[in-house]
Design a protein around this ligand. Structure first.
Ligand code: ATP
Length: 393
């Protein structure tokens, strides 16, 4: 082999080796990538494992802080325990603080006030500022509610004398924004009762797993605040007809409803507490909730008729600076499908139109522009009425 041939062969060999090198380099690259992926996977699994291994914590309330330690009361079983908190945590504790404790009751963290579901879920008003005169139409409904709630609270002896039990619970049903909450607030005002409101949907959606406890809390709070009116809004969320499905969500709703029924059944001894529930979905309610001794007084709260709408326009413009020529009857005629909440929104909007026009007096045309505007907006979306949101059906 000549020198030139040897050189040629070596070059070929070199080129081959370079090819092999490139290929191995590439394989190394993908192996490294795979290793990175696997590492990430291992990290993720390790984190999951840690989470699974960490024991759940229990929620408790601090009762007392003393030289001997911290007395806490566990939620659920009300067991009182003397425990310890480390220096740093101890400084942040005060009686009433909510804390998370582990299996050995050692305090792990202090929960912020926002985590206090009881306070979040219930709205308490000493004596709400709504009076019967603020409610337009609904004369029959007002009479029914007074009979079923006001008389038993103010004059319980009357029922004893006649020898009948007052209705246990009153159920108000009807379309959104028609004054159900107002009725309940007005009767609380009239009887100087504390008004405690809880929304069924919040119970099952916002406080998952706590529904039954919150219902117990609700009745306990009502006992502390006697005389009290418990108002359960959107009761259909916890008392819908039973469905076939067996998901854990349904079980939770069932538990919440069973707790409510059991609290209502033990109601007679409760004295100065009345319970009012409201729903827009009467058709969905489970019959168990409507049995005698439970919500046995049903009151339908319909959309206002023309006369009622005229009255509601009057009510919501009482504080407004109006021109002299407002024809309330005409406004009522123009809004056949409006609820009380819609009329409230129209009046506010009419005021806004005047302000936009740089006026301090509200004219008939402002109301008509407000009605046009709210109807127009409604046309494009599904009607959903919440307080202050207009909805025409
Ligand atoms: P939802 O079913 O949506 O909870 P609701 O029937 O409880 O509605 P309310 O909260 O009582 O309705 O009413 C909402 C607002 O609408 C009230 O604050 C009030 O301004 C107005 N409103 C509703 N109905 C009437 C009425 N009959 N008279 C005067 N104002 C009313």
């Amino acid at each position: 082999m000549s020198e030139a041939e040897r050189l040629e062969a070596l070059r070929d060999h070199y080129v081959r080796l370079e090819g092999v090198n490139d290929e191995l380099d590439e394989r190394l690259g993908s192996a490294r990538e795979r290793r990175r992926d696997l590492r990430e996977e291992v990290d993720r699994l390790q984190r999951e494992n840690e989470t699974l291994k960490t024991a759940s914590l229990y929620v408790a309330t601090v009762e007392e802080i003393s030289e001997d330690g911290v007395v806490i009361k566990q939620h659920g079983n009300n067991q009182e325990v003397l425990t310890e908190a480390t220096g740093n945590l101890r400084e942040r504790l005060e009686p009433g603080s909510r804390v998370a404790v582990n299996d050995s009751f050692a305090i792990q963290t202090v929960l912020s006030n926002e985590t206090d579901s009881r306070a979040q879920a219930m709205q308490v008003e000493e004596s709400p500022g709504v009076v019967y005169e603020d409610i337009g139409g609904l004369e029959d409904q007002i009479r029914d509610v007074r009979e079923a709630v006001e008389i038993p609270l103010e004059n319980p002896g009357m029922f004893d004398e006649v020898g009948i039990d007052p209705p246990a619970g009153v159920l108000l049903h009807g379309p959104p924004g028609t004054g159900k909450t107002m009725l309940a607030k007005a009767v609380a005002n009239k009887t100087n009762a504390t008004f405690i409101r809880m929304a069924g949907s919040e119970l099952v959606h916002k406080f998952i797993g706590e529904g039954a406890r919150l219902v117990r809390d609700l009745f306990q709070l009502a006992e502390e605040e006697e005389p009290a009116i418990i108002f359960i809004d959107e009761i259909d969320a916890i008392a819908s007809k039973r469905t076939e499905s067996k998901t854990s969500g349904d079980a939770e709703v069932q538990r919440t409803m069973m707790q409510l029924l059991s609290n209502m059944d033990g109601f007679e001894e409760r004295g100065n507490i009345r319970i009012i529930a409201a729903t827009n979905r009467f058709d969905m309610l489970d019959e168990a909730i409507l049995r005698p001794g439970r919500f046995d007084r049903l009151i339908e709260v319909p959309k206002p008729d023309e006369t009622a709408r005229e009255r509601i326009f009057h009510i919501h413009t009482r504080g407004m600076n109006l021109a002299d020529d407002i024809d309330f009857r005409a406004l009522a005629r123009r809004t056949p499908d409006a609820s009380g909440a819609d009329i409230n929104a129209i009046c506010t909007e009419a005021g806004m139109v005047a302000i936009r026009d740089d006026r301090t007096t509200v004219h008939p045309r402002d109301f008509h522009r407000a009605i046009d505007k709210l109807e127009l907006e409604e046309g494009s979306s599904t009607p959903v009425a919440t307080e202050g949101t207009p909805a025409f059906y």
